[in-house]
Design a binder for this molecule. Sequence first.
Ligand SMILES: Cc1cc2nc3c(=O)[nH]c(=O)nc-3n(C[C@H](O)[C@H](O)[C@H](O)COP(=O)(O)OP(=O)(O)OC[C@H]3O[C@@H](n4cnc5c(N)ncnc54)[C@H](O)[C@@H]3O)c2cc1C
Length: 452
Amino acid sequence: MTENRPATVIGAGPAGSLLSICLAEQGREVAVYESRPDMRRHDISAGRSINLALAARGIAALRGVGVMDDVDEITIPMRGRMVHADGRQELHPYSSRTDEVIHSVSRRDLNAILLDAAEATGRVRIEFERRCRSVDFARNTLVFTDGSDGDVAYEAGFDLLFGTDGASSVVRDAVLEENGGTCVEDPLAHGYKELTLPAGPDGGFQLDPNALHIWPRGEFMLIALANPEGDFTVTLFMRHEGPGDCFAALGDPDAVVALFEREFPDFVPLVPDLTDQFFENPTGALATVRTRGWSLDSRCVIVGDAAHAIVPFHGQGMNAAMESCRVLDRHMRDTDDLAGAFAAFEAERRPDTDAIADMALENYVEMRAGVVDPDYLIKRDLALELERRWPETFIARYGMVMFTTMPYAVARRRANAQAEILSELVEGVGGVAEVDFERAAALVAELGPLPL
Ligand SMILES: Cc1cc2nc3c(=O)[nH]c(=O)nc-3n(C[C@H](O)[C@H](O)[C@H](O)COP(=O)(O)OP(=O)(O)OC[C@H]3O[C@@H](n4cnc5c(N)ncnc54)[C@H](O)[C@@H]3O)c2cc1C
């Protein structure tokens, strides 16, 4: 590589902070502009997910930039879903292999590790409370204001621009206006509300911390992930508007208490200030964003949620965003043809991000309804049995997405073929023990070896 053009990164979330480390490792000087205050010194506002599920793809990306040892210190392993139904709790393991777990991690702490690592390269300068308002590609300049709603506008030039400014990306809008690309935003009819289930009186966890808790209720659900401080971040996902139970119908404390006592009676005694929290915290919106035209010649590319925001039901948005950064980094290394590298990045990656967008939507139905459906349960048990018998050929869909780095599009194709196999094998049987495993062997062999 003969060129080392300086880079400007808009947005210092997981994608922007990780990408700035990659760019510094490429030998570039990097300026990062982030609209929020420095989260290492200020609380981030409520309403954004406080903790996240970190899985293999995110871990591989974090390992690639050398921070995984630090991240390991702040994660809590979750070995399966703890399903709260019919007054009982039942653990559904994520995998037939005990070492395959996902990890609850604080968004703030993870981001702080990445910001520290970026600054430690000595090449990354981060300016907080700088909101990018517009991009002028005729003059290669950016307009900023101070903070999120400040009105002091000033300009800065750029050479190489990276849009990691999230699902409502300003950089994306500017790129698409220039390159004639498209952006389709598909809002979900369901939104979310975050609550905190506090630590118990002794400071300990009130639920098993090593599981992702789900209260599946058909059209809506509650989930909870543990934090190292002994509390859980809880999220209610449900329709914004009716028919049926919805946020619009939860307009006063009586309605909230009635819903929670009817649907989540084991949860209510654990959160004494439930209604206060419910009305203090915002109700968030969710959407899938599919974009075509991620780059503008050799000057600009968008990465992470800016290019491919997805709904959170597979716990993959951040994992995918960080994996995308590594794919982009690979394309940029050892070439001066950045326009070609950006185009190759999108060509490789978009089929994968489209695939995880679809799988994330499908997983919502699985989480809120499937996990208590007898047909789902027998298929899940059989999938784990097939994994045990033919580990070189069969991994359940959840495992391919969460515990491997095989391209999402490949995982989706195999998952669809596997779903047909599972449907055929469970036809007319009452349990996994009754499955015809000779037939299973033949069907699984047709899948071919896993591309690991
Ligand atoms: C409820 C919920 C739960 C989730 N759970 C998971 C999970 O378990 N696992 C998982 O992998 N993913 C999860 N996600 C998805 C995950 O949060 C996102 O995919 C991830 O944060 C994307 O990272 P990003 O850096 O691309 O964008 P963002 O995290 O949105 O970061 C963008 C950054 O850019 C800044 N910014 C925005 N506009 C501007 C501007 N104009 N100028 C300057 N700065 C700007 C923002 O302040 C922000 O810091 C969840 C999402 C939600 C909503």
